[in-house]
Design a protein around this ligand. Sequence first.
Ligand SMILES: [Zn+2]
Length: 96
Amino acid sequence: MEALIIATADAFDAMTDDRELTLKWKCDSCGYAPGNDERPDVCPQCGAQKRRTYRQPKTLDGAIDELRRGAGTQFHPAVVKAFLTMIERDGVKTDV
Ligand SMILES: [Zn+2]
């Protein structure tokens, strides 16, 4: 049961992970790094096109839907139920 709980929490964590968004943007062509949290599509210094390499994190609702969909297959339904009950009760802390 413990493993099932951890698997569910892990999956949820991965779904809502926004660590990539907190990484500082840096141009890999010239090394330019803006002093703020800017994420330009084109490097203002060398003009290199920057592909957005980070993926958009799923919304909380999206992650919850994903858990619901996986209940009974990917995740244990009782664990998902308890997890969602906990989220409803306590909310989710998005700050780390
Ligand atoms: Zn550059």
